[in-house]
Ligand binder design. Structure first.
Ligand code: SF4
Ligand code: SF4
Length: 108
């Protein structure tokens, strides 16, 4: 009893308000990011037509197409599983080893 129940209630309430709350607690995104480092960033090409098919299959509930203007995925929760790459009907998604360099240079 006590703080454990309070923490559980807090998590349940947070999940009710914001379904992705668990993603901020669960270490899988960070672990997946670490494991897939050699793959490079997810690149969103100019062929994207915003059909949103990628977001419907993403296991992390991400929306790659929202980063089309930037050209590179900007959400660190992306585990680079390639599910969206395989699903995209326009072949607009890919992994580019130069992707991280693009992000770094745009931040400077
Ligand atoms: S599935 Fe491909 S074309 Fe459709 S929104 Fe995603 S990146 Fe764009
Ligand atoms: S690579 Fe996987 S985790 Fe990343 S946006 Fe695509 S489907 Fe989601």
């Amino acid at each position: 009893m006590g703080s454990g129940n309070g923490a559980n209630s807090g998590i349940i309430l947070a999940l009710a308000v914001h379904p992705r709350t668990w993603c901020h607690i669960c270490p899988m995104g960070t672990l997946g990011n670490w494991v897939s480092r050699g793959r490079g960033s997810l690149v969103i090409g100019q062929g994207c037509v915003s059909c949103q098919a990628c977001s419907k299959v993403c296991p992390m509930q991400l929306e790659p197409y929202r980063y089309a203007a930037r050209g590179v995925m900007g959400d660190n929760d992306c585990i680079r599983c390639s599910t969206c790459v395989e699903r995209c009907p326009k072949k607009a998604l890919s992994f580019d080893c130069e992707g991280d360099k693009k992000i770094d240079s745009s931040a400077a």
